[in-house]
Design a protein around this ligand. Sequence first.
Ligand SMILES: [Zn+2]
Length: 558
Amino acid sequence: MRHRHGPSPSQSVLRRAWDRGFRLHDHGRELLSGGAPARPSGDARVHRGRSSAACPDGSPRGGHPRGRAAPARGRHGGGRLARSRRGGAHPRSPTRRAEWSSGDRSAPSRRHDGRVCGRIAAVTASAADRIRRLRERIRHLDRLYYVEATPEVTDLEYDRLVAELRSLEDRHPELVTADSPTQRVGDEPLDSLRPVRHRVPMLSIDNAYDAEEIAAWGRRVEKLLDLDAAADPVEWVLELKIDGVAVSLTYEHGVLALGATRGNGMVGDDITHNVRTIPGVPLRLELDDPPATVEIRGEIYMANSDLVALNERQASAGLAPFANTRNVAAGSIRLLDPRECAARPLRFLCHGIGDAAAVGVTSQADLLTWAQRAGLPVAPHTDVFRSLDALVERGTERIEQLHTLDFEVDGFVVKVNAFSQQVRLGTTAKSPRWAIAWKFEKFEATTRLAGIRVQVGRGGTVTPVADLEPVELAGTIVRRASLHNADEVARKDVRVGDVLVVEKAGKVIPHVVRVEKHLRTGRLPAWQPPTHCPECDTPLVRDPDGVFIRCPNVDCPA
Ligand SMILES: [Zn+2]
């Protein structure tokens, strides 16, 4: 039997995706600390070889996929979006992108007579070529940024490319297409959201609350499949359950044609106008031979650091702050005006597909690999197991690492990996039998940070601990939360005197989810990590590449 003990090939692919996930998160840390993410170089190589994917027939295909007119120019000049930019938002956030929308973009519409027609046709052909290359390049950079988390150029370089594309499209409005990276934000609010019936129902997933319930579900699955377990074992996938809003994205011939909420599972709302504004959602899949129709499923969510920045902007505009990431995501994607939605820094992660046969993948692991290739961001920290016990063990460890994520997770989703087995298991009236949500109890509270204490632990590791104003959390009074390490304090920008949102998940000690920075009054000094051991006053040393600070004194009393 193949790789009984080693990782399966799909597992190693996912492990790589996982590492990227960690980097994605690191990336968030850089963003939160105020600077642009580190870019390896200002390299602006034009990537060739996929030219046919950018503009299949080379002809203008103006118009919105759903028949609305292509967004016109000259929108939100000096409006709310223009004012709210540079509020510490994600560098590629919709607000940032909206900068390019301001100003006069009225397009020339002169008619030409027959004599100059040939020359103009030649100019248009070269413009069309340049536009095609620019779009291809921008899509490639978006993919590196949002899917691979390995940005290749500076934000400035990226913005320059978008500006050039916009300027060319202004001069050649007939070459504007709905899938152009410049056409994310429409300029017309809708009157109402149109209901859409899901081609394949969006079922909800049953819940389990502990390892025993997961094990019992696993035994039911194996029994239903009636497998010779030794010859044909079930593979199990462990995915993070992102606390966002479930959506379905339909791509027709590779072009985003429809975005819909889950609704009641049968009928949802058409939110295409808002989904288009989310920079991580590709308007066009990066596939040479895209399927006629493919329905992608995933989660729209907001990162904790993005909510902190958004609430700061809300407060400075005299608007009410948002209570949590889930509510703001759910409210934003149902807004009627896409310009308002574009000002909310939303993100997307793919975790499923309506009909796998459309893309010829045979397992969940393969699907996620395919999705990444197509330019769709997938949830980090996904892994495949041959044993459900091993999966539970990993999940239990992972709960303790939730503080390292920049987004909210309310559990895991455990899935049967093979689509053939999923089909055999089928669904009940409400839920698939091949998946279960492993939820853990999670409680949040808001309190003030009274101080940061430094503890010296085993091995001399020096860790900061938050002293909180006492607050009730899950029936107990909480006075402390873990701050893990100095880097985490800096990344979350936690300062003594701040109002914090703290969370307790599972049996783990509470951790800090985010700072309510909009409530920060006066100038709070940034916390400085200690330079000397609080127990023995020995100068502290930092791990060579790690995040921990240690006391090197072997005789330290701590
Ligand atoms: Zn010491």
